[in-house]
Write a protein that binds this ligand. Structure first.
Ligand code: DCP
Ligand code: MG
Ligand code: MN
Length: 330
């Protein structure tokens, strides 16, 4: 998930995202990063702006400290803490370099320490970048453009047609923010399975071919333009719908059929929602991940995988009311 702050008008929500990025990129404080993101996500979901920190405190994910920051912003139009952060040119440089797909905070810091402090500098040092990062740099502007829902709808059709041309029984779900009903997405998250592919079959060659065949076909159609990485179960790359459209980040994952709904749940997100759901599972002595839901034994080790035939099963077993994808953005 990436936030392009420069093109947005200043608001306390953006400030929270900017503070979140700072905590992740510079301080390596994932806890604070999540706290700021949670607050920002709550605030951005409101139809009207809050008028005071006191009012904001009633909302989930907003405590004393963040309420104070909202007051400061409402009173002065800025945040001292952010201004101080942005006074340090190395912080600014780290943030700029992490705009490139594949460059995380650690790599950005390494580059900044080596004197590379801007995207322009980076273009002169391609040798310092791995394949993923080079593609990220090549398509930087395009990857920062959001993908309209209508474009993903066409892409969905395109991918499903290609798949059906190989084998009618492919099952494909576009997950991520698109499945959560967002009008715009950062990338396209495709999940793939096939009824003959189950996790108990040891000879997996035939099954991992399912992903390879689809990728090959989409490359032949000039829809997939670059490969970032291509493993047995996960393809990461780049696609382009037609000459008019920007290059888009495309992820395709292959899941065994019996693990499909845990994969759908995971890949639909949001990541914060997944964190909450996993924490809730643990409180109820279950362990949930992108593959399976398992009851924990009295020793705390995972038991057999629960039989899951739809997303609702997962909620039901965990004693949670079902949430539609649209309701999973926080
Ligand atoms: N995911 C997760 N934890 C992560 C990364 C991803 O649980 N650290 C899951 C939840 C995400 C899904 O994978 O919703 C897809 O990841 P994306 O980064 O593509 O995120 P989204 O599709 O939700 O948002 P965007 O519109 O930015 O692509
Ligand atoms: Mg996505
Ligand atoms: Mn993705």
């Amino acid at each position: 998930m990436r936030y392009n702050l420069k093109i947005c008008r200043p608001s306390y929500t953006n400030m929270k995202y900017e503070l979140a990025n700072y905590e992740r990129n510079v301080n390596k404080n994932v806890h604070k990063y999540n706290a700021y993101r949670k607050a920002a996500s709550t605030l951005s979901g409101l139809s009207e702006r809050v008028k005071s920190g006191e009012e904001a405190k009633k909302l989930p994910g907003i405590g004393e400290k963040i309420a104070k920051k909202i007051d400061e912003f409402l009173e002065t139009g800025k945040l001292r803490k952010l201004e101080d952060i942005n006074k340090d040119e190395n912080n600014v440089a780290i943030n700029e370099l992490t705009r490139v797909s594949g460059i995380g905070p650690a790599k950005a810091k390494e580059l900044v320490d080596a004197g590379i402090k801007s995207i322009e500098d980076l273009k002169k040092h391609l040798d310092k970048l791995n394949h993923h990062q080079q593609i990220g740099l090549k398509h930087l502007e395009d990857f920062e453009k959001k993908i309209p829902r209508a474009e993903i709808q066409v892409i969905e059709k395109r991918i499903k047609e290609a798949a059906e041309g190989i084998d009618e029984d492919y099952i494909i779900t576009i997950c991520g923010s698109y499945r959560r009903g967002k009008e715009e997405s950062g990338d396209i998250d495709v999940l793939l399975t096939h009824p003959i592919y189950t996790s108990d079959i040891k000879d997996s060659k035939k099954h991992t071919a399912l992903l390879k065949l689809l990728v090959k076909k989409l490359e032949a159609k000039k829809f997939i333009t670059d490969t970032i990485s291509h493993g047995d179960f996960k393809f990461m790359g780049v696609c382009k719908l037609d000459d008019e459209k920007p290059y888009r980040r495309l992820d395709i994952r292959l899941a065994p059929h019996d693990q499909y709904y845990c994969a759908v749940l995971y890949f639909t997100g949001s990541d914060l929602f997944n964190q909450k759901m996993r924490a809730h599972a643990l409180e109820n002595k279950y362990t949930l991940n992108e593959y399976t839901l398992k009851k924990l034994t009295t020793e705390g080790t995972p038991g057999d995988a629960e039989k899951i035939t739809c997303e609702e099963d997962i909620f039901k077993i965990l004693g949670l009311p079902y949430k539609k994808p649209k309701e999973r953005s926080v």
